[in-house]
Design a protein around this ligand. Structure first.
Ligand code: NIG
Ligand code: FE
Length: 417
């Protein structure tokens, strides 16, 4: 058995009385008057009733009482864009960038994604698991209850498989919802230099179908960029995903406007991510397709980017905005989703309610998990966090701290109590 086994965590069944519900992040069965204590009833791992503690239905009165302690309840956090499984690290590139090199220059000099590919290929599945486990634990300690994990550092069937298998194993061992995303089209592997089309044919014709057949792929992503894949190549991958009935998402318009968002929207993409250079047409297409905008302030910050994503235009258009760590060893070695919420406010001018919805409700949506995650409501699996804060803004306001919160994940008390 894995040392990280979640099976030993205590059940969260009972009445979590005396909690406060964060505005906009809960749908109680009975409205909770302002200032009144709320209760969340958990039975057999599901939230069965949410409402004013004083109006608890008789059916639940006999259940054990859990200590809410007046804390603020939010849904479990959702980190909807990570590259959590990889070998090695890239602190050397951090130093290169500090000395003035750009992300594109680092990549063209043989660093960047391809350097993580070398380290990932050299690692065994168990080594990758052992390296990713503490990273996942850091996210979970902050209340993350669902996390997306991409492949894309293997770039060959056996190594992409290894990454995705580790992602699945992490989900089982830690008792956390993991959505796997196949990102075989992340970068051109060195052995395909000058043969981009051959590599895309391999991705579409054999890698993706094989891995999907093994149940390792929940969604398909592409890095559509000057230093990665063209719009036409991206579309080929999307067509392959469509043939397999898999949803798509896209690393879009990070360094330039490639028109990726419009393409992704045509394929009904779950999300377009990064989008610093997103155009008005891209926004309109995303709005029409119901595609979530995933903002990644950790990458923006690390790359010392100065081209802000079009937040006000997205807001005006009513495109749901999520926020994620984009955890990866190159452009966002971030292990705090709360810090990303803080940065979304400070760097991108999100409001606090937008930032909180961005790391819960809208992030769940970006993974197609809106029916089970990102909202406190009865009938859903019990994923929630109780925060020792006076007001919701504190979740995004403090940074660098580790508040003593209680985390209920998959119906178990994963942290605190
Ligand atoms: O999301 N933009 C492309 N992919 C990653 C970076 C990966 C890397 O540099 O290793 C990202 O930022
Ligand atoms: Fe990414």
């Amino acid at each position: 058995m894995s040392p990280f086994s979640a099976a030993s965590l205590p059940s969260a069944d009972g009445i979590w009385a005396d909690v406060r519900l964060a505005d906009g992040l809960a749908q109680p069965d009975v409205p909770v008057p302002p200032g009144e204590a709320a209760a969340i009833v958990v039975q057999q791992g599901l939230m069965r009733w949410v409402g004013p503690a004083a109006a608890l239905p008789d059916a639940f009165v006999g259940l054990p009482r859990r200590a809410g302690q007046g804390r603020l309840a939010t849904p479990g956090l959702v980190d909807c864009h990570t590259h959590l499984v990889y070998g090695g690290q890239r602190a050397n590139e951090f130093a290169m960038r500090l000395a003035g090199a750009s992300y594109e220059e680092v990549a063209r000099a043989g660093g960047g994604i391809v350097s993580s590919v070398r380290a990932t290929r050299a690692a065994t599945e168990d080594e990758l698991f052992a390296q990713a486990a503490p990273r996942l634990q850091a996210l979970l300690d902050e209340g993350v209850c669902a996390v997306e994990i991409k492949s894309g550092y293997g770039l060959a069937l056996e190594h992409e498989r290894k990454q995705l298998r580790v992602a699945r194993r992490l989900g089982e061992a830690f008792g956390v919802t993991v959505r796997t995303t196949f990102l075989g089209a992340h970068a051109l592997p060195p052995e395909y230099a000058g043969r981009s089309q051959d590599y895309i044919d391999l991705v579409c014709g054999s890698m993706l179908p094989a891995l999907a057949g093994e149940g390792l792929v929940d969604a398909v992503d592409v890095f559509c960029e000057r230093i990665a894949f063209t719009l036409a190549e991206t579309e080929q991958v999307f067509q392959a995903a469509q043939r397999l009935g898999l949803p798509v998402k896209l690393h879009a318009e990070q360094l330039s406007d490639m028109g990726g968002a419009q393409l992704a929207a045509r394929y009904g993409a779950l999300s377009c991510d990064h989008i610093e250079h997103l155009s008005a047409q891209g926004i309109a297409a995303m709005r029409a397709a119901g595609t979530v905008a995933v903002l990644l302030p950790g990458a923006y910050y690390t790359l010392r980017d100065t081209h802000l994503p079009p937040i006000q235009a997205l807001r005006d258009a009513g495109v749901p905005m999520a926020v994620s760590t984009d955890h990866n060893p190159g452009t966002s070695p971030a292990l705090s989703l709360r810090l990303m919420a803080n940065m979304a406010c400070t760097l991108f001018r999100f409001t606090v309610p937008e930032a909180l919805a961005g790391i819960t409700t809208h992030a769940a949506h970006a993974l197609g998990l809106q029916a089970s995650h990102g909202l406190i409501a009865s009938g859903r699996p019990a994923h929630f966090v109780l925060w020792p804060v006076a007001e919701a803004a504190e979740i995004a306001y403090w940074f660098g701290d580790r508040p003593a919160c209680t985390v209920v994940r998959q119906g178990r008390v994963a942290r605190g109590g």
